[in-house]
Design a protein around this ligand. Structure first.
Ligand code: ADP
Ligand code: MG
Length: 481
């Protein structure tokens, strides 16, 4: 009983430290908007990089032809081909393959990483089937591709940019400062396979925004909730040092680097940060991204086991191993609705080798998962509202109401198409697979906004949008047609 009480004490302590009450979320949203403004100014001090993307022409639905994309995210990369059919066809056909990146390559040299990627890409392109013939039957000899790269890049143009830094478990020293397109293009050329050209370099958020825009012209924000988190948006109020022919440009916020004293930091966040590859950086991302949520839960459970014998001791060795508990597993436990928390018991057994747990302990584990998932969703919601505040003052004229085919509207999302709405397209495994996450996020957005504001702001899942969007942008910027 004594140890159980101590475990509950630790739970309440953690719950308190991780709490996201409305007043804190308001401050965070406000702070986000302030940092956005500061980051846009030349030489402005901000923890948001607010990177110009040189994407000034967004898809309008007319794009057509066969295009490729390579999406280099966190743990996996995807290659895909997309046959675009223009306004009446949209995405006629698509095909993709996912390859996981060996751990060693995430910490090696850029040549090793890009040779590995290029080999898979070339192999995929050379297996292009008959079904991907373009409408007029003419196949160009060059395959054009959009490269989705989910790390901060200082772009010099829409198809070149220098890697600023790594995150999410990657650390390839010789890559920093190098042009990521040049790295990939030379690796492709070394393969001596089919002719493949990188036509655009985009951040995954930008791909997501563009992918959403292909179907719906009210999409103004692209957001990732996957291994990490980030967002971009269409800026109309550009500073004088950012030139755009169209008067607008997508800005990649790199919001993972956001920090605010209002963020609820716990002992687990501090430990995790200190032992990470990038201590002191990506603070917001480390509270939100799927790479970290399971790890935060593990650290809390480890402390509960050490200080309160949550599982009855001795401390299982797996529980001591960093990143042994992954986010899909905590999402599974969180979704457990059985009376005895059977799924929680099973995950604890499978992951940590804890054979027997009592219901009280399982309830505590379930609560820890809930706290961590809810905090992530609510902090992400505050970020979205920050963007909304920054751009919401603009009048956007939109009367379009075409039916949406690839965007997945949650039943809880306001459905009616009133004018001046702002649509946020979201891609990423965390948002896609964790239903309760979406519910928490929407609820927090509603808390933060007036009823009218909440109606204007719509959040939609743009499944695989980051990759498809890159192929659409490759079409938009094609040099060969
Ligand atoms: P990336 O961000 O690397 O491009 P994804 O968008 O595919 O990759 O997201 C993968 C991340 O999504 C994983 O790191 C994991 O944290 C999270 N994820 C995957 N499946 C689930 C799930 N069932 N529930 C919650 N999170 C999940
Ligand atoms: Mg991704």
């Amino acid at each position: 009983v004594k140890t159980r009480n101590r475990a509950l004490e630790l739970l309440y302590e953690f719950q308190h430290a991780a709490a996201t009450p409305l007043h804190a979320l308001r401050q965070i949203a406000e702070h986000m908007a302030i940092e956005m403004r500061a980051g846009l100014r030349r030489g402005g001090k901000s923890n948001l990089l607010m990177l110009p993307t040189y994407v000034e022409n967004l898809p309008d639905g007319d794009e057509e032809g066969l295009f490729y994309a390579l999406d280099l995210g966190g743990t996996n990369f995807r290659v895909l081909r997309c046959l675009l059919g223009g306004k009446d066809g949209r995405v006629l056909k698509q095909e993709f393959e996912e390859v996981s990146i060996p751990k060693a390559l995430m910490l090696g040299t850029s040549a090793e990483l890009f040779d590995f990627i290029a080999e898979r890409l070339v192999d995929f392109v050379s297996r292009e089937g008959e079904g991907f013939k373009t409408r007029n039957g003419m196949q160009q000899t060059v395959r054009e591709m959009g490269l989705t790269f989910s790390f901060p890049v200082k772009q010099q143009s829409v198809k070149s940019g220098a890697i600023i830094q790594w995150s999410k478990g990657f650390d390839i020293a010789d890559g920093v400062g190098a042009d990521v397109v040049a790295l990939l293009q030379s690796a492709i050329n070394r393969q001596r396979g089919p002719k493949i050209e990188v036509a655009v370099l985009v951040n995954d958020t930008v791909g997501t925004l563009a992918g959403g825009r292909y179907w719906n012209e009210d999409v103004m924000v692209g957001m990732i909730l996957g291994t990490g988190t980030n967002a971009c948006y269409v800026e109309h109020d550009l500073p004088s040092h950012v030139q755009s022919g169209s008067g607008e440009m997508i800005i990649n916020m790199e919001w993972g680097g956001f920090w605010s004293s209002h963020l609820p930091r716990t002992f687990a966040d501090e430990q995790l940060d200190k032992e990470s590859l990038n201590p002191g950086q990506a603070g917001y991302e480390k509270m939100i991204g799927g790479m970290y949520l399971g790890e935060i839960v593990r650290r809390v459970l480890l402390r509960m086991e050490k200080e309160a014998s949550l599982f009855g001791g001795p401390v299982p060795s797996k529980l001591k191993e960093p990143f042994s508990l992954i986010t899909p597993e905590i999402a599974k436990m969180h979704a457990d609705e059985s009376k005895n928390l059977r799924v929680v018991a099973k995950v604890l057994r499978d992951v940590f080798g804890v054979q027997k747990t009592d219901l009280a302990a399982r309830r505590i584990v379930h609560d820890v998962c809930d706290i961590v998932i809810m905090r992530s969703a609510r902090l992400a919601a505050a970020g979205i509202v920050g963007i909304f505040k920054k751009i919401g003052g603009e009048a956007f004229d939109s009367t379009d109401s075409r039916t949406l085919t690839n965007l997945h509207w949650d039943s809880q999302e306001p459905q009616q198409l009133d004018t001046k709405r702002i649509v946020v397209a979201v891609d990423g495994g965390l948002y896609e697979h964790c239903t309760q996450y979406r519910v928490y996020m929407r609820a927090a957005v509603n808390e933060l906004l007036s009823e009218a504001g909440a109606k204007r702001l719509q959040i939609v899942l743009s499944k695989d949008g980051s990759g498809i969007g890159a192929s659409i942008l490759a079409a938009r910027h094609s040099q060969h047609r």
